[in-house]
Design a protein around this ligand. Structure first.
Ligand code: BG6
Length: 502
């Protein structure tokens, strides 16, 4: 499907001077500009408490892009900056400094937006992007509403809310109440950046664009599913954030649950936002609340990653020496519906693991009868379908085949599909599709209020239980290893084992 540039609109970024804006939002807008997908006409207004002006803002962003081009180290991949495209984007930018708690900021913003709308014919449409710490989400929506910025008779008004959406079920409900007290659900775009990843969107294509998989995608043929999001990075500069968050809240009810939903949801009646989101919400409602006996937490000690020594979590900056915040979580989920009853979904994620590796591995049941004798049975390996999300992007099917020769000797083989062998992907930071979709008003890849709340509901018992010090000593895994031994025991109890992180 070829895309066309969205119609006229303004985009206001709160947190214009922040990390998210420079690392992801602006590079995504630049990539959209290059591919001719920036709205026509378009006005980009940066708002931040730091005193700056449009030129200073543009220069800071351009310097950042240049530094990534020259030294690497960011999501933005390019060997040079297309200056012509950059100038087109830069020409749309204006900047406003202001305190988010001061009503005056919002009346000034309204004047600036009205003026640009009049001069640049934006038809009243505007997207407000909240690239700010989560404590500002509710107050910003209230202030936008009080200033009359959330409605316009001629165009649409939408608000993009970043992660984390709440810290537990109660706070997520409270935030939804505040937000939906001022906006209707179709104005709210709750981002989960995992849904911007091509390989994650491809799960829907794999399942629903092929007749091949649906007949075996259920409890009759599937033994269990493993979802792994392994990272080698530690907590970087985010000690304060991480101490208040931990691996469970940071990754599970959002990113890992999106992978779960794509894998386990029922086929939607149509490929539109409400049909897809209804099916995801239905899935989350079918997931049991996880009990502490069905989960394992871990924290990394000092170790070696890629040949470099790294320190223990509790020695990181802004982390308490006796912190019992988890940097690893593994869970066993039960999905109580006709498709999945009795099929466990095992989820794990952690910092400072062996390798950066995200995959969804579907293990099929064994053949019902072993025809090839006891010796063959010993070498037979399991049948797996592995959806590789990152850094490898592809799909692998593992099955058994006969080895050449006079004997009926078997071995495990693999069929591989790799994205890069088939498609040329334009460089992307992962926010391009998400921003484009907000501008088009397509909420398929965004979280609805009920989805967010049902996800928190599933992990709520764990959040409460993990609020206390663990019985076991932390740290309980060494940086650069696959995680705590207790996570292996979680699967061993069920007679299963994690796939090795390659
Ligand atoms: C973020 C988490 O939402 O996702 C980080 O806060 C995590 O802790 C990151 O590292 C992982 O995203 P990606 O795209 O790098 O896999």
């Amino acid at each position: 499907m070829s895309r066309t540039a969205p119609g006229p609109c303004a985009m206001v970024i709160f947190g214009a001077g922040g990390d998210l804006t420079k690392r992801l939002v602006i590079p995504a807008l630049y990539n959209l500009t290059k591919s001719g997908l920036l709205p026509q006409p378009f006005a980009l207004i940066g708002v931040d408490h730091n005193p700056c002006d449009a030129n200073g803002w543009r220069k800071g962003l351009h310097d950042f892009l240049e530094s990534v081009v020259n030294q690497g180290g960011g999501e933005f991949e390019a060997s040079s900056i297309d200056e012509e495209a950059w100038s087109r984007l830069a020409a749309t930018m204006s900047y406003m400094s202001g305190d988010f708690s001061d009503p005056d900021t919002f009346s000034k913003l309204k004047s600036q937006l009205d003026e640009r709308d009049r001069n640049e014919h934006l038809n009243g449409s505007a997207l407000f992007y909240l690239a700010v710490p989560d404590r500002f989400f509710g107050p910003l929506v209230e202030s936008l509403s009080a200033a009359g910025l959330t409605k316009d008779a001629r165009g649409w008004r939408r608000v993009v809310i970043e992660k984390p959406f709440g810290h537990d079920l109660e706070s997520a409900k409270a935030l939804n109440d505040t937000v939906l007290g001022h906006l209707s659900e179709d104005q709210v775009f709750r981002i989960d950046h995992f849904l911007g990843k091509e390989t994650v969107q491809n799960i829907m294509a794999l399942r629903f664009a092929n007749g091949l998989f649906e007949p075996i995608w259920n409890r009759d043929r599937i033994d269990h599913v493993q979802i792994t999001v392994a990272e080698t990075i530690g907590i970087e500069e985010r000690g304060k954030f991480y101490e208040a968050t931990g691996a469970l809240r940071d990754m599970v009810p959002n990113h890992l649950f999106q992978l779960l939903a794509m894998t386990a949801m029922e086929p939607p009646a149509a490929f539109d936002a409400e049909s897809v989101r209804d099916k995801k919400a239905e899935l989350f409602r079918a997931v049991h609340q996880v009990q502490p006996s069905e989960a394992v937490r871990g924290q990394y000690g000092a170790g070696t990653i890629d040949g470099k020594k790294v320190r223990a979590y509790c020695e990181e900056d802004h982390v308490a020496l006796n912190s019992f915040v988890e940097t690893y979580a593994a869970l066993r989920l039960r999905v109580d519906n006709w498709r999945w009853a009795g099929v466990p979904f095992y989820l794990r994620t952690g910092k400072r693991l062996t390798k950066r590796w995200t995959e969804i591995a579907i293990r099929f049941k064994d053949a019902p009868l072993m025809l090839f004798g006891a010796e063959s049975a010993k070498v037979l390996k399991d049948n797996w379908l592995i959806l590789q999300i990152q850094p490898e992007e592809g799909i692998r099917l593992k099955f058994n085949a006969k080895k050449p020769g006079p004997e009926m000797d078997l071995d495990s083989v693999a069929m591989d599909f790799r994205y890069k062998d088939w498609f040329h992907e334009a460089p992307a930071v992962g926010y391009e599709t998400l921003l484009y979709d907000c501008m088009q008003g397509d909420a398929t890849l965004f979280q609805r209020a009920d989805q967010v709340e049902s996800s928190w509901r599933v992990v709520d018992p764990l959040i409460k239980a993990w609020n206390t010090a663990p019985k076991e000593e932390f740290p309980n895994y060494t940086a650069g290893t696959p995680g705590p031994g207790a996570a292996d025991a979680l699967l061993a109890k069920d007679g299963r084992a994690w796939r090795p992180i390659p």
